[in-house]
Write a protein that binds this ligand. Structure first.
Ligand code: DX5
Ligand code: ZN
Length: 222
């Protein structure tokens, strides 16, 4: 499976419906970056916006919670129509968050920052539906890809395959035509892209191009 998950953080917030419809012909994923001004030094959007976009799309709403207290908001995201939430490993209470998210009927994602130690979070990988490896420090779109995360990405791929786990492997931050190939070869299968999609005058074409680049890197790889 290879999918591009366009991040609406890089879209014009006054035209979110249009932005989502523009990419729908090319992908069924939409990545929603939720920031609280505490876990990261930026503020974005929350459950009311998820509820609004839910009414306009059937796409899979993949909500990335860059927030300190996800346990206080999970039910709001479920009610708003989120399909998955990815909380950060760094906030702690991981087992509790996995159970709460699943009990609310959403897919469970666990996000890890670029400096997270693989051995610290490895025990949870097979328990979640998706591991989100951050390839920038979260907070802002348009940052440069941190290539050192390719190593934990490869280790995660190996662990998932060797355990026969179903966990999806997502990468987020600085994904472009220049970086998607190496991420794909390292084992990522869901690629979040903000500026590379919505910074392009033709977002659908940008998604198509990224997907083609991810696939062709795999083919060259053999
Ligand atoms: C960063 C967010 C990312 C970001 C991606 O904190 O989690 O999803 O929007 O944007 P680009 O693709 O521009 O790095
Ligand atoms: Zn994100």
């Amino acid at each position: 499976m290879i999918e591009i998950a366009p991040s609406i953080l890089s879209a014009d917030f006054a035209y979110l419906g249009e932005a989502i419809h523009a990419v729908e012909p090319e992908t069924s994923w939409i990545h929603v970056d939720v920031m609280d001004g505490h876990f990261v030094p930026n503020l974005t959007i929350g459950p009311p916006v998820v509820a609004s976009i839910r009414r306009h799309t059937k796409s899979f709403l993949d909500c990335h919670l860059m927030i300190t207290d996800p346990w206080d908001y999970l039910s709001d995201f479920a009610k708003a129509g989120a399909d998955s939430v990815s909380f950060h490993f760094e906030v702690g209470r991981t087992t509790e968050l996995i159970n709460m998210t699943r009990d609310l009927g959403m897919k469970v994602g666990m996000a890890v920052n670029p400096d997270a130690k693989f051995d610290d979070y490895a025990q949870f990988i097979a328990q979640v539906d998706m591991l989100l490896v951050m390839s920038v420090f979260p907070g802002f779109a348009g940052q440069s890809f941190i290539a050192s995360v390719l190593e934990p990405l490869r280790r995660a791929r190996q662990l998932i395959d060797s355990q026969g786990a179903q966990t999806l492997l997502q990468i987020d931050g600085g994904i472009s035509l220049d970086t998607i190939g190496e991420s794909s070869r390292a084992g990522a299968e869901i690629f979040v892209a903000g500026s590379a999609v919505f910074g392009n005058p033709d977002p659908a074409m940008a998604v198509r191009g990224l997907k083609a680049a991810a696939l062709s890197a795999l083919r060259e790889h053999g």
